[in-house]
Design a protein around this ligand. Structure first.
Ligand SMILES: O=C(O)C(=O)C[C@]1(C(=O)O)C=C[C@@H](O)C=C1
Length: 409
C-alpha cells in the first residue's frame, strides 16, 4: 500500500490503540516460532509467542486515543509455561487433544485480523466470512499475517482482487512469503460514499483522500461530480474518514463506506460513487492449517508455480486443466522475487537477452479431493520447478445482489 502524500501515511493517521502495530523484530521472531513448532515443543513455542505478544502490547502508544472511543484491544498473551521453574522438571508439558485442534476452543469467538480501521471494507468482509467474529484491526497486511502466525488471531481476511481495479498485487506476494493457507473466499459488493464533515459542501473541497483502490474505483464518477481536485492515497478507506474527523479538515473528503460515515461522524455528500454499480472485491480467508477438501459443494483451488525454462510451459500447464474440463477462474503473473531475470548470452542475437521470470498464480474450479484435480497437479509438477497449493476451499456462492444506489451526476 503506497501512500502518495506524506501527511496521510498510516503513521501520521495516528494509529490508535486497537490496531496492532508492526512488530519490529518480527522476522527473526517468526523463525523461532516455526522452529519450535516443528520440534513439537509446544510449551516453548507458546512462551516465545507470549513474549512476542507482550512486546506488541508494550509498543502501543498509551497517549493515542480513538476518535470514536472504540474498545481497546487487549492482546492477551498466550499463557507462559516456564519449563525452567522448579516443579516443571524441565520436561515439556504433554500435548492434550485441544492443542492439536486448529479450530478455536468451542464457544470462543473467532478472532479475525484485517487491514484497516473499523468501517473498512475488509472489516465488513471479515464479518461476512465469519459472522459474529471478533474483527481485529491491523495497520498493515503484514501485521495481519503475523497476528495469525503468532496465534493472536485465528484467521486473516485479505483483499486479492477487485472487479474494477484488478489484482491487489502486493497481497499475492505476501501469500507466497508467508506459510498461511487459503481456507475460503468472500466476495463483497463495494458501495462507496463521498464523506465530509457536517456543513461541508462539494464546492469547498480541495482534495479527496482514500485507499488507492477506492480512488481508482471512483475515478470517473468524481470527475462527473465536478471534483477536479487533488486525490491522495491513504492506507484504508475508513482511515481516511477518521483522519478528516480527527483533524477537522473542512477542505477534504474521503471515499469510504456509509458505516465509516456513521463511526466517524461524517456526512454523506454522494452515495454509490463507484464507477460500476456491480463493484465487487474478492477476499480470501487465511488460517494456519488448511481445511480438508470436500466434494459435496463447489470448491476452488489456488496454486502458484514457477518454471525454469522450456518451450510452451505455460501452455502445457494450462492444458493439464483444460483436458480434464477444469475451468480456470483466474491467472496472474508476478515477478519471480528470488530470480527476477534470466540472462541468455547469444551471439546470434547480438548480445545478452534479459528474460523476465515470473511466478504464476492460478485459481481453478475443482477440489483437491477430486482425482482429476490431483492428476492435473501431478502433471503440472512435471513442467514446473516450483509448485505450491495455496489452498482448496469452498467457492463463495452467495446470491448475486449488486451494490444498491446509482451514480450521481
Ligand atoms: O480500505 C479499505 O476499506 C479496504 O478494506 C481495502 C480495499 C482494497 O484493498 O481494495 C477493499 C475493498 C475496496 O476494494 C477498497 C479497498
Amino acid at each position: 500500500m503506497q501512500s502518495l502524500a506524506q501527511p496521510h501515511s498510516i503513521f501520521n493517521l495516528a494509529p490508535r490503540t486497537p490496531r496492532i502495530p508492526a512488530l519490529a523484530a518480527s522476522r527473526s521472531a517468526r523463525l523461532v516460532c516455526v522452529y519450535k513448532f516443528d520440534s513439537s515443543a509446544r510449551s516453548d513455542w507458546q512462551s516465545s509467542c507470549a513474549i512476542l505478544a507482550s512486546n506488541v502490547a508494550q509498543q502501543r502508544d498509551p497517549n493515542d486515543t480513538p476518535v470514536n472511543g472504540h474498545k481497546t484491544l487487549d492482546l492477551v498473551p498466550v499463557p507462559v509455561v516456564d519449563t525452567n521453574a522448579a516443579g516443571a522438571l524441565n520436561h515439556p508439558k504433554p500435548l492434550t487433544i485441544t492443542d492439536l485442534s486448529p479450530a478455536p476452543i468451542h464457544g470462543a469467538t473467532l478472532r479475525v485480523a484485517y487491514q484497516g480501521v473499523p468501517g473498512a471494507y475488509s472489516e465488513a468482509a471479515a464479518g461476512k466470512a465469519y459472522p459474529n467474529c471478533d474483527a481485529i484491526p491491523c495497520d498493515q497486511f503484514e501485521v495481519a499475517f503475523q497476528a495469525v502466525e503468532l496465534w493472536i488471531a485465528d484467521r486473516a481476511v485479505l483483499p486479492v482482487e477487485n472487479s474494477l481495479g484488478g489484482s491487489i498485487h502486493r497481497n499475492y506476494d505476501l501469500l507466497l512469503r508467508h506459510r498461511l493457507h487459503i481456507v475460503g473466499e468472500v466476495q463483497l459488493p463495494v458501495h462507496h460514499c463521498l464523506l465530509a464533515l457536517p456543513g461541508v459542501r462539494k464546492e469547498y473541497l480541495s482534495r479527496v483522500i482514500s485507499h488507492p483502490q477506492a480512488l481508482a474505483q471512483c475515478e470517473h464518477t468524481l470527475t462527473k461530480l465536478g471534483l477536479r481536485v487533488a486525490r491522495e492515497a491513504v492506507d484504508d478507506t475508513a482511515g481516511a474518514a477518521e483522519y478528516i474527523a480527527a483533524h477537522s479538515l473542512h477542505d477534504t473528503a474521503a471515499i469510504a463506506s456509509a458505516r465509516a460515515a456513521e463511526l466517524y461522524g461524517l456526512n454523506i455528500l454522494a452515495d454509490g460513487i463507484q464507477d460500476d454499480s456491480s463493484n465487487v472485491t474478492r477476499f480470501v480467508m487465511l488460517a494456519r492449517e488448511p481445511i480438508i477438501p470436500r466434494t459435496d459443494r463447489p470448491f476452488k483451488t489456488s496454486i502458484v508455480f514457477a518454471h525454469d525454462k522450456g518451450t510452451s510451459v505455460l501452455f502445457k500447464v494450462l492444458s493439464a486443466f483444460a483436458f480434464r474440463n477444469i475451468s480456470l477462474t483466474k491467472i496472474e503473473s508476478r515477478p519471480h522475487r528470488n530470480r527476477p531475470i534470466r540472462l541468455v548470452d547469444d551471439a546470434s542475437l547480438g548480445g545478452t537477452a534479459k528474460h523476465f521470470e515470473y511466478m504464476f498464480y492460478v485459481d481453478f474450479e475443482a477440489s483437491m479431493a477430486e482425482v482429476r484435480a490431483q492428476n492435473a497437479l501431478a502433471e503440472v509438477q512435471e513442467f514446473t520447478s516450483f509448485l505450491r497449493v495455496l489452498g482448496s476451499y469452498p467457492m463463495d456462492m452467495t446470491p448475486w445482489c449488486p451494490s444498491r444506489g446509482h451514480h450521481h451526476h
